[in-house]
Design a protein around this ligand. Structure first.
Ligand code: URA
Length: 463
């Protein structure tokens, strides 16, 4: 078999056999196939697509390209181990909030997360803004941690799905990321190798996501649900909007602060405008995970239990337990607004400068382009241009206004936290471009403001 012939076949739109797919996946993982041939094949796949059979064979070959994880030691009778994955976004701190909530309600999770990709943020980078937090603990130790406290949150093990790691890095530099087939096989190969019984996917759609239209997000969801079914791993996708950044903060340490304040919310705060978008997504994903785990089928009851887990602080205590277990530094402080002492993570959050960005006219915020905000964060140093770039964890944006809010000229839209004036100048160009204020009718503004954030749920029944 020759790589040249495989490229030629795909270029000419013929279907590749299982053996040919295994040949290039294994050959590229072991270093026998060079980047230039793999790049040519990826572009042919990007342009010509794949049949369902090819996609299945590609995903399974990538999942089997290295070790798979055995989670049987944390399996509880009559319960399922559920994993979660997001297709990426801006201001996406969902994993960091959902995991302690579900763990505090008896759903154990052993979760591997990624670093930021392009303009999208990564859970692992956010965790590393907590001083001392170790994302690189070996998998056997992580499993012991799940046995002890019900949760671990680590970076992708270097021992699993090696093919995806190499192929993803190549796609990132050859304009072949935004392919439904390649995204589906990348995500599902990692998840299948991670050993869970069921998979919950958060498939994001909008300018700050890889899927720009709802139709594409649904197609990606169905593709991944189908792969899960073929592997005997029940998979469900929650399609969520990522057209404006999720929540009020974008930036690594700032998002950890938002996680803390969400987990310390009382009922009044959880019903307020302040957290509406984040709450909708968090409650849906956490309730779905509880349902899939076999703990409770009833989504309404699950949402009530989630509310209790937050307001009783059980979820916050679990978050602190997780941070302590993975070496994160903690300090104890008297919190005026709660009237008691609390453990808090120590964050790498020192910034030299703050700058408020003001509305230039009266009207309503019509859009906040999350891709541009993600790019502005990279420009500030809060994300990477190159793999080896060091991140400035402290920088980012705090939004005072969200889409649909009324503004008067001079009102603060957001505050930029930064450490380098030159980087601020670059970031400012993206920010200026990202925010659109217009004098629209009140009804139009309202419909923008109250647009749902959970757009669809796709499971095997929807195929
Ligand atoms: N996330 C992944 O893990 N892989 C992709 O291809 C895109 C997003």
């Amino acid at each position: 078999m020759r790589m040249y012939e495989i490229i030629e076949k795909k270029r000419d739109k013929y279907e590749l056999s299982k053996e040919e797919i295994e040949f290039f996946v294994n050959g590229y993982s072991s270093g026998e196939i060079p980047d230039y041939q793999m790049s040519a094949l990826l572009m042919a796949i990007y342009l010509n697509g794949m049949s369902p059979e090819e996609l299945k064979n590609l995903t399974f070959a990538m999942a089997n390209s290295a070790k798979t994880i055995d989670l049987s030691s944390i399996r509880v009778p009559d319960k399922y181990i559920v994993d979660k994955h997001s297709t990426g976004g801006v201001g996406d701190k969902v994993t960091l909030i959902v995991l302690p909530i579900v763990a505090s309600l008896g759903v154990g999770v052993c979760k591997m997360s990624g670093r930021g990709l392009g303009f999208t943020g990564g859970t692992v980078d956010k965790l590393e803004s907590i001083v001392g937090y170790n994302v690189d603990i070996p998998i056997n130790k992580a499993i012991r941690q799940v046995q002890d406290i019900g949760v671990c949150l680590i970076s992708q093990s270097p021992e699993i799905a090696i093919a995806d790691k190499k192929i993803y890095a190549l796609r990132d530099t050859t304009a072949t990321v935004e392919s439904i087939n390649l995204i589906a096989s990348s995500i599902m190969s990692k998840k299948l190798a991670s050993g869970a019984d069921k998979i919950l996917l958060d498939v994001t759609v909008g300018s700050g996501a890889f899927m720009r239209t709802l139709d594409d997000a649904k197609e990606l969801s169905k593709t991944m649900v189908k792969i899960g079914a073929l592997a005997g791993v029940e998979t469900r996708a929650v399609v969520t909007t990522m057209s404006e950044p999720l929540g009020r903060n974008v930036g690594n340490a700032l998002e950890i602060k938002e996680v803390i304040s969400f987990l310390l919310s009382d009922e009044t705060t959880l019903e307020s405008e302040e957290v509406r978008d984040l709450k909708e997504v968090i409650f849906e994903i956490a309730a779905q995970m509880i349902k899939m785990s076999g703990v409770c089928e009833d989504m309404e009851k699950n949402k009530k239990d989630i509310m209790k887990a937050i307001t009783s602080r059980a979820a916050y205590d679990k978050f602190i337990e997780l941070i302590k277990a993975q070496g994160g530094h903690i300090y104890n402080v008297y919190m005026d607004w709660i009237g008691m002492n609390l453990d808090m993570p120590v964050l790498d959050d020192k910034v030299r400068y703050l700058k408020e960005i003001h509305a230039q006219s009266d009207g309503y915020v019509v859009s906040i382009d999350s891709k541009k905000i993600g790019e502005a964060l990279v420009a500030l140093g809060g994300g990477r241009n190159k793999k080896e770039d060091k991140i400035d964890y402290a920088v980012g944006f705090e939004f005072a206004k969200k889409v649909g809010d009324k503004v008067n000229e001079g009102d603060t839209i957001l505050t930029v936290l930064y450490n380098d004036k030159e980087k601020f100048e670059k970031a400012f160009e993206y920010i200026e471009d990202a925010i659109y204020i217009d004098d629209v009718e009140e009804d139009v503004a309202k419909s923008l403001k109250y647009k749902p954030h959970v757009l669809d749920i796709i499971d095997e029944a929807s195929l």
